[in-house]
Design a protein around this ligand. Structure first.
Ligand code: AHM
Ligand code: MG
Length: 339
């Protein structure tokens, strides 16, 4: 049977009363922007889009103090431009911008807030490995017409939609509006995202973990113990052999977990302790947590359900454990027993 398009899926969700027309159109605009980003990435060196932003010897930096790639800046501009005039948003926030931006007065304002990491996995851009876009949609509080950063600081359990696009051998969009997680693949010839998996379920158990092992000596004690036990395999307390994968693009690692299960972790370590972790809560951890929970998986900081964390800053960082439910629960248990 021919797969249905993203447009048809969204219209069916609207008819079922699960989303309104504004949210439907907002998702269409984000998906369209992701198609534009996908085309830019696909051109690679031929499009002059690889390498650092800024001038030689003076790379441009974002609020996090990270050097920006040309594609970070380009993807951010594409998402900003596409969403500014749609009429469905009150404001936007991005990994690449110090502060959120209210929709300019010249355009009609809507009731939603959009947060995004325009290009996740930046270190992989120049080496032709999968990167992605992550986004999260929140409601703008009533009576707020020009939202500031504080209006974005809502826990992940209030998200009305979350998604990511992975730009790999094929471009895929993974989406939830709170009624399951669905996978769409971009049909490049007709230019539409087509549903290729409905209601994905992440297997509860796994024998595969994803972590940057080079940080092992910097981890906290419970994380050291957890991974030590995984590595002991069949002979150890876990009683099974584990495989390891680490792409260093969260989107690609999470997409593997969506496809075949696993646990992804970026724990607290002594290098990122002062910042609270490496990954960002509002536009990396929370949208991924919503997507994973809607697929039957779990997401935690190691000590608290991710979606219940009360944010204190737009660019706040958190430790992340997400994926197969039973395995995330194991990682949480090591933290609980230690604390
Ligand atoms: P980015 O948003 O600047 O690309 O950083 C986030 C990325 C994640 O995609 C990935 O899981 C992690 O950073 C990789 O970190 P490391 O290079 O320390 O392994
Ligand atoms: Mg990122």
């Amino acid at each position: 049977m021919k797969p249905i398009s993203l447009t048809r899926y969204l219209i069916e969700e609207q008819h079922a009363g699960r989303i309104n027309a504004d949210l439907r159109l907002l998702i269409e605009v984000v998906a369209r922007a992701c198609k534009t980003i996908s085309i830019a990435i696909g051109k690679g060196a031929l499009g002059g889009v690889l390498g650092d932003a800024g001038s030689p010897g003076a790379a441009s930096m974002n609020i996090q103090g990270e050097a920006q790639k040309k594609l970070d800046v380009l993807s951010n501009d594409i998402l900003l431009e596409a969403n500014a005039w749609g009429g469905h948003l009150a404001g936007l926030a991005s990994e690449e911008m110090d502060h959120s931006q209210p929709i300019p007065d010249a355009f009609q304002r809507g009731n939603y807030l959009l947060l995004f990491d325009p290009l996740d996995g930046s270190s992989n851009i120049d080496v032709n490995i999968s990167v992605g876009t992550i986004f999260s949609v929140l409601r703008c509080p009533d009576d707020v017409t020009a939202p500031g950063d504080e209006h974005f600081l809502q826990p992940g359990n209030t998200q009305v939609c979350a998604g990511y696009t992975t730009y790999g051998p094929s471009t895929m969009l993974v989406l939830t509006v709170g009624h399951g997680t669905h996978v769409f693949t971009l049909d490049r010839e007709i230019g539409s995202f087509m549903m290729t998996r409905r209601d994905v379920q992440v297997p509860a158990e796994t024998k595969e973990f994803a972590v940057n092992m080079s940080n092992q000596r910097f981890w906290e004690a419970p994380m050291q113990r957890y991974v030590d036990d995984l590595l002991q395999g069949k002979q150890g307390p876990r009683g099974k052999d584990f495989n390891m994968r680490w792409v260093a693009s969260m989107v690609a690692d999470v997409h593997r977990i969506i496809t075949r299960g696993g646990i992804f972790s970026y724990p607290l370590d002594s290098k990122c302790r002062d910042k609270g972790g490496k990954l960002r809560l509002m536009y990396e951890a929370n949208p991924m947590a919503f997507i994973i929970e809607q697929a039957g998986g779990a997401a935690s900081t190691g000590r608290q359900r991710m979606l219940d964390v009360q944010p204190t800053g737009l660019h706040q960082r958190v430790p992340v454990f997400l994926g197969s439910r039973d395995e995330v629960e194991q990682a949480v248990r090591y933290h609980r027993e230690h604390d």
